[in-house]
Design a protein around this ligand. Structure first.
Ligand SMILES: Nc1ncnc2c1ncn2[C@@H]1O[C@H](COP(=O)(O)OP(=O)(O)OP(=O)(O)O)[C@@H](O)[C@H]1O
Ligand SMILES: [Mg+2]
Length: 508
């Protein structure tokens, strides 16, 4: 049976009133929206206060616990838009947190370079002993391993990187008297590979790089003995190197040279060599280069004996995540020997990194650099050249010093050494400043260009806890605390032995 549509739908209120002669009032027209513009929509709340009640829409059953403050516009002007850091992108190694924002702090020197935050990826660390410099660097290189970065520790004076190496399955290379490992600082390095097959132009370019490194190192070593190197001495050393390597006989030859060979040829020059070096006789050459020759001789018999005076018998494995040249066994022989060993290892390491595969990230760590800087102008120049010449793409140089005077004490104010040391600061666009005593913080502030507030952070805030440092990344400042994970603590801690001994000691 068909039902009437009327009985189905029922009557509306308007119809009911109409049947009884009444009328509903007309609905009021919506008010006209005067002056409404599209951009007002942008500042309308996009979501209800607790979010949309839908899965994945961030609905919150309780409102966020916000604190309300009242302030005049004058006061608000001081805090708005609230305290934020000039943030860096969250890429690279997560090191800890930034105390200004409580956000994570990521260290990514190559990323910073690509983003134009810094002009080079090199970093220099300052801080009083025990402030946490090495810990932060070890945490950095461990965490960068996840991005495929490889590290070379060019001279581990305290042997503290050994634990990190063994933890990732790498055997560190220990250099020490009687240990058998030997490095020839005058190695050709990878630049000498496949020499016979290289085009002539390429050979010349590579030879000039190799000779420049050799001469700078020899000057540093001779200078370490307190002997100034004159331009005539430098010319004699270059000529001897060209002769011994075979370069003077044409581009087809380039063989490795050792420091004792250089010494012997300077001590007993041939007439031909004396003539090439523009000395009238062999005796005149011997007399005029005597100081340089004797300085090299004493190194060959003393500090370099058995370690740096013959052909290299170790190999670096560039596929390993970390390689370390440990100098811990030399520490008892005194600062000068360690400084000389560092100069040799640093120069050799530069040669090894000359031909890395492009695009790879390599971190070269130079811890305890102050020991090398103390040797004088030649050593400073050598370090400067290492930084300047090894700016291959993807290479991060990390230098660790204690205080600015490590770099500046090498010469009188305004001297050539000081100028080089200041330039070196520019070659490290990221400066990391751990705790310092107030006087040193003033020096640092002047050298790095910190303001008063940041200087007080270095001498106050940073001293309250290990691992705190002011980071100057290009022009931006951050207050960073490095955080060690429980897995890392046994690898990074340099006080473990001390703590264990203290625990054993009887309580008085
Ligand atoms: N981020 C950190 N959190 C907690 N403790 C730390 C941190 N960094 C360092 N420490 C503690 O400080 C000790 C010394 O640190 P580290 O060896 O890194 O100092 P350093 O600045 O390299 O000293 P030196 O100049 O003598 O080489 C560590 O063994 C550890 O106990
Ligand atoms: Mg250290």
């Amino acid at each position: 049976m068909a039902r009437s549509s009327r009985s189905d739908a029922g009557r509306s209120l308007a119809e009911l009133l109409g049947e009884h002669g009444g009328r509903l009032p007309a609905a009021a027209a919506a008010p006209e929206q005067v002056g409404r513009r599209a951009e007002y929509d942008l500042i309308r709340p996009a979501a209800p206060a607790r979010g949309h009640r839908q899965r994945g829409f961030g609905w919150s059953p309780i409102p966020a616990p916000l604190t309300a403050y009242r302030a005049s516009t004058a006061e608000i002007g001081g805090v708005f838009p609230l305290l934020t850091a000039n943030g860096l992108p969250p890429t690279g190694a997560l090191l800890g947190y930034d105390s200004l924002t409580s956000g994570g702090f990521y260290c990514d020197p190559i990323g910073w370079l690509l983003d134009g935050v810094v002009t080079n990826p090199n970093m220099i660390f300052f801080g009083k002993p025990g402030a946490g410099k090495s810990t932060t660097i070890k945490a950095f290189l461990l965490r960068m391993m996840m991005f495929g970065a490889r590290t070379l520790v060019a001279g581990d004076v305290k042997g503290e990187y050994e634990k990190v190496c063994t933890a990732v399955g790498v055997q560190p290379i220990a250099l020490g008297l009687g240990l058998g490992a030997r490095i020839n600082p005058l190695d050709l390095g990878p630049l000498g590979q496949g020499w016979g097959t290289l085009p002539v132009e390429e050979r010349r370019t590579r030879a000039s790089l190799i000779f420049a490194r050799w001469v700078v190192l020899l000057k540093a070593l001779v200078g370490a003995r307190g002997v100034p190197v004159t331009p005539a001495d430098e010319n004699a050393m270059s000529t001897v190197l060209a002769e011994l390597s075979g370069w003077s006989r044409g581009e087809g030859h380039l063989t490795t040279v050792t420091i004792p060979q250089v010494h012997d040829m300077l001590a007993r020059p041939t007439e031909e060599l004396a003539r090439q070096c523009r000395y009238a006789t062999t005796q005149q050459m011997i007399d005029e280069t005597r100081q340089v020759t004797d300085a090299l001789g004493s190194l060959v018999r003393g500090a370099l004996a058995g370690l740096f005076d013959d052909f290299t018998n170790i190999n670096l494995d560039w596929n390993a995540p970390i390689q370390s040249l440990s100098l811990q066994r030399l520490d008892d022989l005194g600062d000068e020997v360690v400084g000389i060993a560092l100069a040799c290892v640093n120069s050799w390491s530069r040669a090894q990194t000359d031909m890395r595969r492009p695009g790879e990230i390599t971190i070269v760590v130079r811890d305890e650099v102050w020991r090398q800087m103390r040797l004088g102008v030649g050593a400073v120049q050598s370090l400067d050249a290492d930084l300047r010449l090894s700016r291959n793409d993807g290479e991060i140089q990390v230098i660790i010093a204690h205080k600015p005077s490590d770099l500046l004490s090498v010469g009188a104010a305004g001297s050539q050494e000081v100028t080089i040391a200041r330039d070196m600061m520019a070659l490290c666009d990221t400066k990391v400043m751990f705790a310092q005593d107030p006087g040193i913080a003033d020096e640092l502030s002047e050298l790095v260009g910190l303001g008063d507030i940041a200087r007080d952070w270095v001498s106050g805030w940073a001293r309250q806890r290990h691992g705190r440092a002011v980071w100057k990344v290009g022009d931006r400042l951050f207050k960073v605390t490095t955080v060690r994970t429980p897995v890392e603590i046994p690898l990074l801690d340099t006080n473990t032995a001390l703590v264990a001994e203290t625990a054993k000691a009887p309580v008085p």
